[in-house]
Design a protein around this ligand. Structure first.
Ligand code: 26Q
Length: 808
């Protein structure tokens, strides 16, 4: 029997069934539902997707629970994020209900294809990458820990674009993920609310002498929530992810608009902005942000007042966490509602607001900070603009008095006709956190340093995490089964227990099993690559993986340069024995980000050249898997031998694929950046491959202005040879792109220090090639990595948020 089969059988036997569901009952329920919905007795007559819908329906039936009484007494967390990336839901729901095995077996016994059913579920791409995926991991972890919470987000009708390659170029196609319906959402019209845009606002006194905002000519938009239930892992608890959709009020008869204007309104939630780093101040983006903030806050207040007589103690019963600055308008929006609708004084409203809201920062890239022109804000949300002005002027006066005008200028919200959203977020919240220790330090010493001087107590670090059930238990069943067999299943709920694997560090049979399990996963990925891309890769080769957004600071280019070096080496030394290697990339580029698109083109052309060269067969392959998504990540990560985390030190706030790959037994090749630092310090330098300049050295280069990439090129023959392939025709069809990248490195002084780190990177690559040939030693390193990955479980991150920020 294969190791895979053994592991699976073990997993099935061990899992206790939370729900008393038998195969017989499930099959009866399934047949009944098919009969009712599709009026047929024959399962073959309905498609995979239709079978999925039936399954979804049954899950909803089985997961009915009532948390109402427990929740009434709990403090509630609202997690606001303009992005959520939940991935497919079906398998994780089955797991959480404790019925995955029963259902899988029953479906197979019914003669249906379980995996095909799972794959027919659309993967909602309602986010760009790390930040959106983190929001989803956190929702899961909060639910697993029975924390009363709701996620507030946007129901984009088109998510992240689908990526295709045509002649090696990225082509973007729309993602109409809702076209066949959405099996998990429930529309909740009763909780709809109205959002106001534009027009003019004046303040006048009402009969009680309170100032009231009077709106003239405002455009009203209806916000309609769609709820997705999130199930806790075997705990009978659930929470809601509430995604808001914009609609015209036309249907309710209030307005008689032209069709044209209706379209403009639903535009607000029509499409996700596909840029995750370079932000142009766009009208629609501001509308999206206010739409989410206002709908969410109105909803919170309404819900709160069902159980409380006023809002005086809101901050004791509710915490609002904002995922980056994108939902920062919750601050002035809560102020507006407290003052305009409930007559709170400024000071009281401010106190409640600040104490309710916490802000998480995810970036230190200057060009990714949200800075908006006041003209735009004033015309789109005039009342909110008035409140921001007031926040700014009160803050300014206070700082000018207690510090000086310079500090006031550097830290206030409005400066030079621009609104700095990060400053507003810091001033209007009681907690500011970064997402890895280095990142949190850099917030204090660089990005937000002046604000840190004013509010030192607000700042803290909350290291990111990943949800261990999705990213290990479900994504990698062969490995999970093996782990369960060795140390039991307690790690499913307490990931720290993975450390028990260290008992098997010297157990050769276990080390061999680990190797076999990795090969099972590599074979699966190799089959996908063969089927979809028609590239043959050998599962015994080393799988070197870099998967993340395509961005200059993430330095896919450094990886490319090393591949070119390997290529040149093999061509020159055809008889030297080398470690066979497959370089795997997956990444989307923002549609307007030309540099990133050039790199994609170069990788694709390089791949073409290398994969079609007979003399390199079985030695070197390059694979760019298109359309990176949660589902693709779930397939690649379990198959990775080496995890490439090679951003310029100080630029990657944390990274989270680094943690996921570590847990799946990949060794980390990394710069001292983001959470790489913490991974490396947990496993030790013996069990990882750190390299390159650290953040202090990078900052020193900035300070001294002494970096000179050309001199590195000039002095190093190998670098010269490698770079010249970008422009000398060695790699075909990249005349333009190759030249652009070549110039970025030499003419424009290599902004991200690629050449500075080249030699050290290559050294580590060579060391990896060597180490990989000694499999027992390699697997020992793997054990250390898996065993120590538990500390990056998002359950732990959430515990820290709960204790330090939310006071739960
Ligand atoms: C903002 C305004 C307008 C248009 C787009 C945006 C926007 C959208 C998405 C800005 C940034 C993002 C996404 C940022 C992101 O994913 N950051 C990553 O967050 C991860 C979770 O904390 C970290 O691990 C990564 O290091 C960080 O890059």
């Amino acid at each position: 029997m294969s190791i895979l089969k053994k592991s699976l059988i073990y997993l099935c036997k061990q899992r206790k069934k939370l729900m008393k569901l038998t195969k017989k009952k499930f099959k009866t329920d399934f047949f009944e539902a098919v009969k009712k919905v599709y009026s047929t007795d024959s399962l073959n007559q309905i498609s995979n997707y239709e079978q999925l819908k039936i399954l979804g329906f049954l899950i909803k039936m089985y997961s009915r629970n009532s948390n109402y009484n427990i929740k009434k007494k709990q403090k509630k967390v609202y997690y606001f994020s303009i992005e959520f990336l939940p991935g497919r839901t079906i398998k994780s729901n089955l797991l959480n209900l404790g019925i995955l095995d029963i259902v899988r077996q029953s479906i197979m016994e019914l003669g249906l294809d379980f995996n095909a059913i799972l794959s027919s579920e659309p993967d909602p791409g309602l986010g760009n990458g790390g930040l959106g995926r983190l929001a989803s991991c956190y929702m899961d972890s909060m639910t697993n820990q029975k924390i009363n919470s709701t996620g507030m987000g946007i129901r984009y009708s088109q998510g992240m674009f689908k990526q295709k390659f045509v002649n090696g170029y990225q082509v973007e196609l729309p993602d109409n993920w809702l076209k066949s319906g959405d099996i998990w959402s429930i529309r909740r019209d009763g909780n709809s609310c109205v959002i106001r845009f534009g027009g003019e606002v004046t303040l006048s006194r009402n009969s009680q002498g309170n100032l009231k905002a009077v709106y003239i000519n405002t455009e009203k938009v209806l916000a309609v929530p769609y709820d997705i239930k999130i199930l806790g892992y075997e705990n009978n608890y659930s929470n809601i992810l509430r995604l808001w959709s914009a609609e015209s009020l036309y249907d309710s008869g209030e307005y008689h608009r032209e069709k044209f204007e209706q379209d403009k309104i639903s535009d607000i939630t029509r499409v996700l902005y596909p840029d995750d780093s370079y932000l142009e101040g766009q009208v629609l983006r501001i509308k999206q942000e206010y739409f989410l903030s206002s709908a969410g806050i109105q909803n919170i207040v309404k819900e709160y007042l069902l159980n409380h007589k006023n809002l005086d103690y809101l901050n004791e019963n509710v915490s609002i966490q904002i995922n980056d600055t994108h939902p920062t308008l919750v601050i002035p929006e809560l102020m507006r509602i407290l003052m305009d609708d409930y007559n709170y004084s400024w000071d009281k409203a401010w106190n409640i607001t600040v104490n309710t809201i916490g802000y998480t920062n995810h970036t230190i890239l200057q060009e990714a900070l949200e800075i908006w022109s006041i003209d735009m804000v004033k015309s789109i949300i005039p009342r909110i603009y008035q409140i921001i002005l007031e926040i700014n002027s009160r803050f300014y006066k206070r700082i000018q008095n207690s510090y000086n005008s310079k500090i006031a200028n550097d830290t206030c919200v409005i400066f030079d006709n621009k609104i700095k959203m990060a400053n507003l977020a810091v001033i209007g919240s009681h907690s500011v956190n970064g997402v890895a220790p280095l990142h949190s330090e850099l917030l204090k010493s660089d990005v937000l340093k002046d604000l840190y001087r004013i509010y030192p107590k607000k700042f803290s670090n909350k290291t990111n995490g990943f949800e261990i059930r999705r990213w290990l238990l479900l994504a990698n069943e062969p490995l999970s089964g093996l782990i369960d067999k060795k140390i039991g299943m307690s790690w499913h709920k307490d990931a720290n227990d993975l450390i028990k694997l260290m008992d098997f560090y010297d157990d050769e049979s276990f080390l061999n099993e680990l190797n076999l399990v990795k090969n099972v996963n590599k074979k699966k990925l190799a089959d996908y690559i063969q089927k979809r891309l028609n590239i043959k890769v050998d599962k015994n080769a080393l799988f070197d993986v870099q998967i993340k957004r395509m961005h200059a600071y993430k330095r896919q280019l450094l990886n490319v340069l090393n591949i070119i070096r390997e290529y040149l080496f093999i061509k020159k030394n055809p008889n030297t024995k080398i470690t066979p290697k497959v370089h795997i990339f997956s990444a989307k580029a923002a549609p307007s980000y030309l540099y990133a698109k050039y790199i994609i083109k170069i990788i694709n052309e390089l791949a073409n050249k290398i994969n079609n060269d007979e003399s390199l067969k079985n030695k070197l392959k390059v694979v760019f898997i298109p359309n990176y998504s949660v589902s693709i990540a779930e397939m690649i990560i379990p198959a990775a031998d080496v995890s490439e985390q090679i951003s310029t030190a100080s630029k990657e706030a944390s990274g989270t694929s680094n943690m996921k790959m570590m847990a799946n037994g990949a060794l980390t090749l990394a710069t001292m950046d983001g959470a790489n630092i913490d991974i490396i310090s947990s496993v030790g330098k013996k069990n990882s491959y750190p390299f390159g300049l650290n953040s202090e050295e990078i900052y020193r280069y900035y300070a001294n202005n002494t970096y000179n990439s050309y001199s590195i090129y000039h002095d190093n023959e190998e670098i010269r040879k490698v770079l010249d392939t970008l422009i000398d025709g060695t790699i075909p069809n990249i005349e333009f792109e190759g030249r652009e990248i070549y110039n970025s490195l030499l003419k424009y002084n290599d902004e991200f220090f690629v050449l500075a780190d080249y030699e050290d990177y290559v050294r580590k690559q060579n060391q990896i090639n060597n180490d990989f040939t000694r499999q027992i030693d390699w697997q020992k390193k793997v054990v250390v990595n898996i065993a120590n990955s538990g500390k990056f479980s998002s359950d732990i991150s959430i515990k820290r948020y709960s204790k330090d920020i939310w006071n739960i």
